[in-house]
Design a protein around this ligand. Sequence first.
Ligand SMILES: Nc1ncnc2c1ncn2[C@@H]1O[C@H](COP(=O)(O)OP(=O)(O)OP(=O)(O)O)[C@@H](O)[C@H]1O
Length: 256
Amino acid sequence: MPTNREPALRTTGLRKAFGDHVAVDDIHLTVPAGSFYGLVGPNGAGKTTTLAMAVGLLRPDAGSAEIFGVDVWRDTVQAKGLIGVLPDGNAMPERLTGREVLTYLGLLRGLQPAVVAERTDELLQILELDSAERTLVIEYSTGMRKKIGLAVALLHAPRLLVLDEPFEAVDPVSAATIRTILRRFTANGGSVIISSHVMALVEQVCDHVGVISDGRVVAAGPLADVRGAATLEDAFVDLVGARAGGTEGLAWLTSS
Ligand SMILES: Nc1ncnc2c1ncn2[C@@H]1O[C@H](COP(=O)(O)OP(=O)(O)OP(=O)(O)O)[C@@H](O)[C@H]1O
């Protein structure tokens, strides 16, 4: 049985290679229960791969992941019941409306029909998707897809939310709504992990961060410890190594 003393997520030595390329190597992360955790890193650093292994979507080559002490790859059903996931790419049943997606997935997860109906109404309204009730998911904008994906992740009231780039392509008003929902979720004892490139946002909402570079953790812990006296952006650039490109080359762009 999962307990509150266990971390929301603990990964131990996660590793994944695609062919000859080692995407993620020996990732140890601890996400305390009740924390709002930001996973940051440059493009291609291994954030999505790490999260996919941590939630049971991609089998690691080595290492393990535990959700509240439940081994994701040994007790997959129990572990998955504890988490709500917004995966990268977020594949959806494209020929259903948002309401149909939530109803279908809610019933599939074993929720009572009345509970599914009530939560679906509330989620569609709060995420401002109720006006698109009759719109098929295939016709959704990228931001709308993020929002319906978030609604799916929240539907079964999980204890841990794992959200890959939840604010990407979302308008500022919707982003504020999502921030409020996630803060309420942690205020009520829930735990959240997001990946993001937006340091200002991570600094604003997260209390813990992990920085991944080239498939390895280069810093992790409470936000204040990782950023020190600097901003998170400055600390990030120091940690991953600044590659201040753009000052050379491309002469053809300015030569006319
Ligand atoms: N299915 C795959 N097949 C081959 N290579 C992959 C695959 N998925 C990821 N990679 C590679 O693994 C590395 C890590 O990718 P990943 O998507 O985890 O990074 P990321 O930190 O999430 O990047 P971004 O911030 O750009 O989304 C990259 O070099 C990527 O090209």
